[in-house]
Write a protein that binds this ligand. Structure first.
Ligand code: AMP
Length: 360
């Protein structure tokens, strides 16, 4: 268990690392951010940082000596980096989690093995596999690279035989999976947390709307029944339990319309704090960021109770320039990630618009 004033190492210096560092300092812990990008937004808010490649063993050695535990803000950390660090100090969540979540095939297999339904899928290593997959699953379908996909990158939507002929080329002939198309009614997500003592908590279920395959808004509560909400929370908690997880995780789920036997289908998990949990910053006493830091520190988890309804909207690219108007809107919390360069499609900040739940 960490002591107040101890330092947690964080791999990755983007907005998630930044928000974890802010949350850590709020509860009396320090952070050391490790990231190869000299313009990392998290460097602005941390006592210590290292700007070095993930393969730089001298830098990793010094980093490991300066912190008590290591966590991360992204799941695609090179395996040798994790190996190097984990032989020296705890890396949380553990590398079993990274192995599962870095590869869509392993991830889907894991979900199914623990009784969580997913879309039908087929392992694709060749054109022949792809054709067999299309035969088994039908069209439309999605071809996704097994690794390194995010925000819809590394994916092709297949509608026709022509798409089937070109899809593997489009994704660079990488190992892939073919997924059956899920005719979902809504996309929802669950944020759960577990600490090393085995305490597990989850937040209320959020509903997510994407634009151009990037998260646009998250609304809490989701417009779903109590029983579906309970089922979704149980999925998040089960994943945390089965992986002996330490930290915060997100599971993205598809909700199918009434009439389908199976209404909740897991899409993917993120072994970290997640964009669809940013609402917790303004609508809960303990945010997902603080919850993650508490778990990594070996501290008791906090309440996930929601005191407000909330709509989180991502500020993408030029959206950030409306900053002044957000600052004067009532019931709106504005959060900028302090990124020096605005680019199309880049997550620059978010706003949380809250409406307090009547306590009476
Ligand atoms: P992913 O990168 O897997 O999160 O996919 C990005 C987005 O594509 C999801 O949020 C969905 O909107 C859509 N999508 C992904 N997989 C499927 C599927 N099997 N069926 C329908 N839509 C999907």
């Amino acid at each position: 268990m960490l002591q107040p004033g101890d330092t947690i190492g964080i791999l990755g210096g983007g907005q998630l690392g930044r928000m974890m560092a802010l949350a850590a300092s709020k509860i009396g812990l320090k952070t050391h951010i490790y990231c190869p990008d000299p313009n990392s937004p998290a460097f602005d808010v941390t006592a210590f940082h290292t700007c070095a490649d993930y393969e730089d063993e001298a830098a990793l050695e010094a980093f490991a000596k300066s912190v008590k535990r290591v966590t991360y803000e992204f799941e695609n950390i090179p395996a040798p980096t994790v190996e190097f660090l984990k032989s020296r100090l705890p890396v949380l969540p553990g590398d079993n989690v990274l192995r599962t979540s870095q590869d869509r095939l392993i991830e889907k297999t894991f979900f199914n093995d623990i009784g969580i339904p997913t879309a039908g899928y087929h392992d694709v290593a060749s054109q022949q596999d792809l054709e067999a997959g299309v035969k088994a699953l039908g069209l439309p379908a999605l071809l996704k690279t097994r690794r390194f996909g995010y925000d819809g990158k590394g994916q092709v939507f297949l509608k026709s035989e022509e798409d089937v002929r070109t899809a593997l080329d489009i994704i660079g002939n990488q190992p892939a999976i073919l997924e059956a198309f899920v005719p979902f009614e809504r996309e929802i997500s669950v944020i759960a947390a577990r600490n090393e003592q085995g305490q597990i908590v989850s937040y209320d279920i959020a509903e997510n709307v994407h634009q151009n395959q990037i998260l646009h808004t998250t609304t809490v509560p989701a417009a779903i029944s109590d029983s579906i909400a309970a089922e979704a929370r149980a999925i998040g908690e089960k994943v945390a339990d089965k992986l002996n997880y330490v930290g915060v995780l997100a599971v993205e789920l598809f909700l199918l319309p009434e009439g389908h036997d199976q209404r909740l289908v897991a899409n993917e998990m993120a072994p970290r704090v997640h964009n669809s949990g940013h609402w917790t910053e303004s609508a809960c006493l303990v945010s997902q960021f603080e919850q993650h830091i508490r778990a990594v520190a070996g501290w008791p988890l906090g309440t996930t109770k929601r005191h407000s309804n909330c709509v989180m909207t991502n500020l993408i690219g030029d959206d950030i320039h409306a900053q002044q108007s957000h600052l004067s809107e009532p019931s709106t919390a504005f959060h900028s990630y302090g990124k020096s360069e605005t680019r199309d499609g880049r997550k620059m900040g978010h706003i949380n618009v809250i409406s307090p739940i009547d306590a009476a």
